[in-house]
Design a protein around this ligand. Sequence first.
Ligand SMILES: C[S@@+](CC[C@H](N)C(=O)[O-])C[C@H]1O[C@@H](n2cnc3c(N)ncnc32)[C@H](O)[C@@H]1O
Length: 389
Amino acid sequence: MAYCRVLMDEIFGRGNFVGTVVWQKIHARNNSAQHLSSVHDYLLVYARSKSDLVLNKIDRTELSDQEFWNPDNDPRGPWRRSDLTASHAYEDGRYEVVGPHGDVFSPRGNRWWSCSRETFDALREDNRIWWGKTGRTFPFRKRFQSELGGLVPTTFWTHDEVGDNRQAKTEVTKLFDRSRIFSTPKPEALLKRVIQIATDPGDVVVDVFAGSGTTAAVAHKMGRRWVTAEILEETAETFTRPRLEKVVAGDDLGGITKTVGWEGGGGFRSLKASPSAFDFADGRVFLADWVEGEDFAAVVAAQLGFMYDSADGGPFCGTKGRARLAVVDGVVDEVVARGVIGRLDEGERAVIVGRGATPEAQSLIAELSPGSKVLKAPRDLVRRGKAVR
Ligand SMILES: C[S@@+](CC[C@H](N)C(=O)[O-])C[C@H]1O[C@@H](n2cnc3c(N)ncnc32)[C@H](O)[C@@H]1O
């Protein structure tokens, strides 16, 4: 965690560090640990720009169920008792009230009512005063769960709020048959908390360590868009994809499904990523060895955002609006340039990519088709070690 924190500081900037959350990942005792039994994990929270960051509050119903009750079956739902007195002197806070059975009450000693008689009477009128089950005890105000706002998230998340490792294993085991055990899943409630705090419906959630696919599954059920990646094909095919297919089909009845009322829907595409087309060494960029022939054209099209079409015919292999892409696995000379430009239709321009280009070819293109251009691969396809569009 400490090393990761330093690394993240470098990436996001120290000023964008928001906090560290401790998550109780294990709640059972383990006496076999040699020194200390590690029962928690960390979430390092960073903002892209802390001054612009707004985090959502946590739904109160998630946390404090036990505090609320409804002994009088109030149609407004569960409520909790709240003191109607305060220790600071309040001009309008000295009066007597009479309970349902004629008992007379007023704050004792150095205490005052915290509201005026008018307010008290209005609360009483609205059945917001609790006189105890017998109707004879000191009055309290009823505060309804449904009327209280959310809670600011804390930095300590317990297993009963967001689940633990054991719960996560049970969730994944229920989804698949027992012959397929994924060893390091996270509980859905944990990801629900993260996603609820940090995103709104429609936002994009990214997890590049998919594993069993918990993040994407929870994001999907919560109406977020998502991107996830898994490096091991076997894991992706055994766990990630089948789990997400079940979520879409409405066949995943576990995890947060009931809490968020998920019934299935939506969809996703799965793609197999190729190895990087670029190698970087000593500040220079090279095309990877596998990038040649047809692969070269496909890589260039993807890199420049053209729709690739190998069967395009003629010199072109991609289209982007009125621009046509021509990729030459060699040097672009005058003959090539003339051939490509000559095949353009009215109003079209060409992007010609080669491993190199002669100055004559460049002048010729500028003269014949001023909107067209020549790019050299890989130099013009990447900028400062990053891929460019
Ligand atoms: C701890 S697991 C993630 C568990 C996940 N949160 C869940 O609930 O199932 C980490 C996963 O990341 C994958 N992984 C590791 N390095 C990766 C990489 N460079 N790109 C994509 N996936 C990677 C591992 O194969 C493993 O499945």
